[in-house]
Design a binder for this molecule. Structure first.
Ligand SMILES: [Zn+2]
Ligand SMILES: [Zn+2]
Length: 863
């Protein structure tokens, strides 16, 4: 066994061994109950970031434990074709050669994207391996692969046949940069300072005017009415008359509509049906013609008269100037309002009338809400249910067509002769009605359309495959709260509609990885960290442990690099503990399971009892997705109880010929089970240590520990307190490892004979039972009603020790006074953050305790 822990040496070796052994495949446990996780598919353009590292560390911890528990555990990996993102990457490459996708044409462009995927895509799947994530690569899927494309088409056609997919001219969000429609949730709204421009529209009959206000004056070129509220007394006489639209010299009616807000602006609104969703609805109710005045390049169309060809923002200024010249411009107010931006490229989105495909979501929402209300799917933590309900109840129809080339082509064809629309599972070459020529729809589907089917399409649906029957519904979805709407909600809707079952039993929501100070990690703040750089420096296991330790259920996850270093030190400590065990345990003597001693001696009883309790608590925390608590529990058990206590307590019996065998047996099984419990968190180092300690089979497929309960030997805590007291006494008087005499006064008879061996070996004290003749001249170390007296004569020189203790006392008194002064200051107590005040209080308590101890020592020395 190597003398030191070297993560890199270990981590490069184990992944291929695991994968080639078939351990990642659920078939490794053919008789187990199925347990399934589908990976949230990363984009094919993606590289591993801290969010993935956290998300997948959680999934791997869950799946590894289930695998060890004997479940037929499947973690299904794959990638998303990521429509706009991927198309942008390849378009940028073309741009370097001075080309656009149009120069290539659709077919060659799409071919180029596939080529890009083959050579440069999927970097992330290699990175996933470096992290040790145990996905079943034999079942890897891609949202654009053949099978998933069949599923997408089946879903589209079925929803169309059910009347849940329709094509319509409606106002959509248009990104003039990406050249595509985008859905409502792909629009980011930002509060911006703009202006509200008042414009006067004169009545056609020359008698006065009506004033409207707008944040987008250029759209007035497309106005086809002015609307007022029917109950607004200010405009009662205006309804039914017409106004002359300035600049365009068009007469447009004043209509009454309930949708107009009485309180906003002047109470009269301009109506531009082609460029505003509300105006579109008003237009529909009043039979108003929509006039498109902004085109897909965000330029003014020919319908915009003399402004035709101008960019929308230039036109805004030009229109205002022209209105001023006409003398119809009213006030221009400063006005903060919300502006929609494309989430992909940040360009200001243009609401635009466009012929697109939509999913009618309401009928799909109802069962998806009921499934969570009825507990068929459970959000953990539960509070995310409220966001889910709120979102679901306020959904508008989903725009699913995208004017892109990379994605699932919409399976619709149009007959040029008789205008028939054909939606079909198989490609169509001629019109079934008139045999005329047909044109295929040019658009592709929103990427989220295929990812909405991910939990069942990846298992073979619509075929009734064995995998689908076995692994669906999946057991748990692990994901960040940021995609509950984009993804979780849509998988619920589609999963229930097409399979009649919820896609997952549990939805475990985790937070975002943030910098230590709670700020978002971002390139602009220069506080983003690259998980692969951390793996290169510290190893994957330390990074995984750090993330899981910080992953408090449902909360954002703070991260600091020094924590990874600390996690690596835990790896060192574990390594050293196993070296100790391997040095003492006979090779081949530690079985892969069982082997717990039947009649252990008290120190063994104690550690076995703790192992039993900790395992049960750990299991309960894991089942509730409480990873930070589970990690803290096992970390503290390993460090404080196994390494610091048990390994020390094992040293004496290991030297006693009569007890060495039982001690070795306990040492072996405790460390073996510790490796098992730690394996889901830090798989590489535990597998390596397993090969040294057990050497039989692999840890990845070993069974999950179920240590039997053992009675805790009575008084063990008192013995430990006594040993801690002895250790402290040595430290306080700089006594090092000097052997000490100890008179043990045990009036209640709790100090069992076996204590003596521990006190001698671990505490390096020689015991005499009884009472000292006089308490003076002795240091007293107490634990409960057990008292140890250490004679000080000859051990400590009062001449040197008394001044030292007095000096320490004066210093401590000074610090206590300063702290008490702060705490007496109401200004500080009221204004400082609660944790700062708590820290001061803790300090005061500590100083008081130190003073008490120093006082006792002074007394004992007779200073
Ligand atoms: Zn865009
Ligand atoms: Zn036809």
């Amino acid at each position: 066994m190597k003398p030191t822990y070297d993560p890199h040496d270990i981590e490069s070796r184990w992944y291929p061994v695991w994968e080639e052994s078939g351990a990642f495949r659920p078939e490794i446990n053919p008789d187990g109950e199925p347990f399934t996780i589908v990976i949230p598919p990363p984009n094919v353009t993606g590289v591993l970031h801290m969010g993935h590292a956290l998300d997948m560390s959680i999934q791997d911890a869950v799946i590894r434990r289930k695998r060890m528990q004997g479940f037929r555990a499947l973690w299904l990996p794959g990638m998303d074709h990521a429509g706009i993102a991927t198309q942008n990457v390849v378009e940028r490459e073309l741009a370097k050669e001075g080309m656009t996708r149009h120069d290539l044409g659709r077919e060659r462009f799409v071919e180029q994207v596939w080529q890009w995927k083959a050579t440069s895509g999927g970097t992330i799947t290699k990175q996933i391996r470096a992290m040790g994530f145990s996905c079943d690569w034999s079942r890897e899927r891609f949202t654009l692969d053949e099978g998933l494309s069949v599923a997408v088409r089946e879903v589209f056609v079925t929803l169309y046949e059910e009347g849940l997919i329709y094509r319509s001219n409606r106002i959509i969000n248009w990104c003039p940069r990406c050249h595509t429609a985008i859905s409502d949730i792909e629009v980011e709204h930002q509060e911006e300072q703009g202006t509200l421009t008042h414009i006067r529209y004169p009545f056609t009959d020359g008698d006065g005017y009506i004033e409207v206000a707008t944040t987008r004056p250029e759209t007035m070129l497309g106005d086809t009415a002015v609307a007022v509220h029917p109950d607004d007394p200010r405009y009662a006489s205006a309804i039914g008359r017409t106004v002359r639209l300035p600049l365009m010299d068009r007469d447009i009616p004043v209509v009454a509509d309930d949708a107009v807000e009485l309180e906003f602006g002047t109470g009269a609104v301009k109506v531009t049906p082609a460029h505003d969703p509300l105006d579109f609805e008003i237009g529909q109710r009043h039979g108003l013609e929509p006039i498109q005045v902004i085109d897909t390049e965000a330029k003014i169309t020919a319908a915009g008269g003399r402004f035709a060809g101008m960019d929308r923002f230039d036109a805004r200024a030009a229109v205002v100037e022209a209105l001023g010249e006409l003398g119809v411009l009213g006030e221009i107010e400063e006005h903060a309002h919300s502006v929609g931006h494309c989430s992909r490229c940040k360009t200001v989105v243009e609401p635009m009338l466009s012929l697109q495909w939509f999913v009618k979501v309401q009928p799909l929402v109802v069962p998806a809400i009921a499934a969570v209300r009825d507990g068929d799917s459970r959000f953990v933590p539960q509070r995310w249910e409220n966001s889910y309900f709120h979102w679901m109840e306020n959904l508008r129809d989903w725009t699913i067509s995208r004017q892109l080339w990379w994605g699932h082509r919409i399976p619709a064809w149009y007959c040029d002769v008789c205008d028939k629309v054909i939606v079909s599972r198989v490609d169509v070459v001629e019109c079934p009605d008139c045999h005329g020529a047909v044109r295929g729809d040019e658009d592709v589907l929103d990427t989220w359309f295929s990812s909405a089917l991910w939990p069942f399409s990846t298992l073979g649906w619509p075929e009734e495959t064995e995998d689908l029957a076995t692994y669906y519904p999946t057991s748990v979805l692990v994901t960040g709260y940021d995609i509950i709407y984009f993804w979780v909600a849509r998988m619920m809707k589609m999963g229930i509609h097409f399979t009649g079952q919820v896609p997952f039993a549990d939805i475990a929501i985790h937070g975002m990885v943030r910098a230590e100070d709670g700020r978002k990690m971002s390139k602009s703040l220069a506080n983003a960290v690259d998980p692969l750089e951390l793996v290169a420096e510290y190893g994957a296991d330390p990074l995984r442990l750090t993330l899981l330790q910080a992953a408090a259920q449902g909360q954002d996850v703070p991260f600091a690099e020094e924590w990874v270093d600390a996690a690596r030190r835990f790896g060192n400590k574990l390594w050293n503990a196993l070296r100790f065990a391997v040095d003492h345990v006979d090779v081949g003597a530690v079985p892969a399971d069982g082997g717990y001693p039947d009649d252990p001696a008290p120190p063994e009883q104690w550690i076995l009892s703790r192992l039993h309790t900790v395992t049960a608590e750990y299991d309960a925390l894991f089942d509730e997705y409480k990873f930070s608590e589970a990690s803290a529990l096992i970390y503290n058990f390993a460090w404080s109880e196994v390494f610091d206590w048990y390994l020390e307590m094992a040293k004496a019996p290991l030297k006693a010929a009569s007890r060495a065998a039982a001690t070795k047996q306990t040492l072996g099984v405790v460390l073996r089970d510790l490796l098992k419990l730690l394996h889901p968190l830090i798989p590489f180092v535990t597998e390596e240590l397993w090969s040294e300690l057990v050497g039989e089979g692999m840890l990845i497929t070993a069974s999950w520990p179920q240590p039997p309960d053992r009675r805790i030997p009575p008084g063990i805590e008192l013995l430990q307190d006594l040993l801690v007291g002895i250790r402290r006494f040595r430290a306080e008087h700089n006594l090092g490892a000097k052997p000490l005499d100890l008179i043990l006064d045990d009036p209640d008879g709790v100090a069992a004979p076996w204590w003596e061996e521990q006190l001698a070996a671990f505490g390096r004290v020689e015991i005499t039972r009884g009472q000292p003749g006089s308490v003076a001249g002795h240091a007293r170390i107490s634990a409960g009603n057990v008292h140890g007296f250490v004679p000080l004569a000859g051990l400590i020189d009062p001449e040197a020790e008394c001044p030292r203790l007095r000096k320490a006392m004066a210093e401590t008194e000074g610090m206590l006074k300063a702290t008490q002064g702060k705490l007496a200051n109401s200004n500080f107590v009221d204004r400082a953050p609660a944790e700062v005040v708590d820290k001061e209080r803790a300090k005061a308590a500590e100083f008081t305790a130190t003073l008490e101890r120093l006082r006792t020592q002074l007394e004992q020395l007779g200073c």
